[in-house]
Design a protein around this ligand. Sequence first.
Ligand code: NAP
Length: 560
Amino acid sequence: MSPAQSSPAEAAETYDVVVVGAGFAGMYMLHRLRGLGFSARVYEQGGGVGGTWYWNRYPGARCDVESMQYSYSFSEELQQEWDWSERYAPQAEILKYANHVADRFDLRRDIQFDTRVERAVFDERGKRWSVTISDGRTVQAQFVVLATGCLSNARKPDINGLENFKGPVYHTGNWPHEPVDFSGQRVGLIGTGSSGIQSAPIIAEQAKHLTVFQRTANFSIPARNAALSAGDRDAFRKNYPEVRRFAREVARNGIFAEQPDRGALDDSDDTRRGKYEKRWEHGGLTFMYAYNNLGLDRTANDTAADFVRGKITEIVKDPATAKLLQPNSHPIGTKRICIDTDYFVTFNRPNVSLVDIKTTPIEEVTAHTVRVAGKDHEVDALVLATGFDAMTGSVAKIDIRGREGWTLNQKWAEGPKTYLGLMSAGFPNLFIITGPGSPSVLSNMIVSIEQHVDWIADCLTNMRKRGLATIEAGGDAEEKWVAHVNEVAQGTLYPQANSWYMGANIPSKPRIFMPYIGGVGTYRRICDEVAAKGYEGFVMEADAAAPGRDGVGQGCMTPA
Ligand code: NAP
């Protein structure tokens, strides 16, 4: 498990761990591994660190988790010294932070940029992964960690004639690095999820005309973004131990905020409206914390949904446009709630129009138009804010072969199966960070990333101490976990929406609620208990080259 065990020639190509991706997960994983004395190599397809924040450079891109919380907690100096400028950090500042972290912890020397991992094949005899990268080389590693991100595989929609369009076509999730100037242009925006809702107001300010093509109207809450003062930052910094503890252990979604103690129907109409008003004025994701049953009870949920629909009617002057912008296809919060700056008011601008493509889908994109219901909407540029093949898309792009040549794509053909979202049976020594079956996208991603990385780091340290060569999800444990993830989801309103959480945005994808909705605190306790019980439910095998050590992992099933 140490590079010293290899000859110098081999050492260049043999690592304890290959990490795929240098976003927030891959960077922290590398930092932990190096600190523990493991040799590690990170391969990153982009030209720099930052993952999501490297690719999503579209106008208006910013995080909808507050900056003081959407940041690493592993280094006290880092969290005390880094100055966030706004309540919600813009993309460029988050990318600057990622670069600062890479420099500060000297990460770049172990990251190879502009390199895709194409293939990973497990050699059952050698108990190693052979990892083929896009420069054609194959390296060996005992472990592979997929830090590939959950929203990293941008999806171009299957729209008739899109390839015939003569103007530029941009995808929000793969935005050019050079500035894009829409001045004087007629821009068509397809997609009204978080990315579309963030970019529309900025594009509208610049463009001659913006036409928004909306398939599903979405719930959006004002961000109320503002500059952070030194006092704001200090208040957080002094309180960081409690803020971070609460986010990890108490808050369901990893965000420190006041938690609701009652249901929406426990209050009178006036009291309830007052609470929603207060939260609407405060802005941000915590709107959904007004009551503790908004994700569980449809009648309770309707009170919040009606409130937001009412706000849209108040803001948008044209009644027909307001009606079209009111979401009514899903309970509020069951598709990722959006956080905006001036989204609805943008539709009061004379240079913005809204086209319904739900009742009458886009017929065709021609050289210069988008045709809907026989009408040609002329556009000079197209912006696709059409989302991602979420959670599994980036993993599926790698040809991963585990025991007996079985591929991960074959195994996951009917939906991803994992134990704790961390590993999949049949694929030893292959970890996934924030994978399907873990809280992941339902949480503050950095809280979940740090938890997974720390758990994996502890696991590898434990294995090294015990001379173990492999760890693998046990089949029974995996089946039970998948059933539990489903059961918890079915007890909520989430499966009622055609969301990317369900894989519903990809026509060929199985409909399964992918993340674990039990809450980050509960999930962390489960993971910690599993580890404390000798990695219960995992199968661990001894390193044949290290006789006399522990052998098969205690409390674990032995492989058949
Ligand atoms: P998204 O939520 O999946 O939204 C995609 C949009 O494109 C939807 O309105 C969808 O309509 C539409 N669409 C997809 N295919 C289409 C087609 N063929 N024809 C017409 N319309 C089509 O994607 P996203 O906005 O990029 O956001 C994805 C996730 O990334 C978010 O939910 C959030 O978790 C994260 N994100 C976060 C931030 C932030 O922190 N502020 C910002 C951006 C993204 P349907 O709804 O009808 O499918």
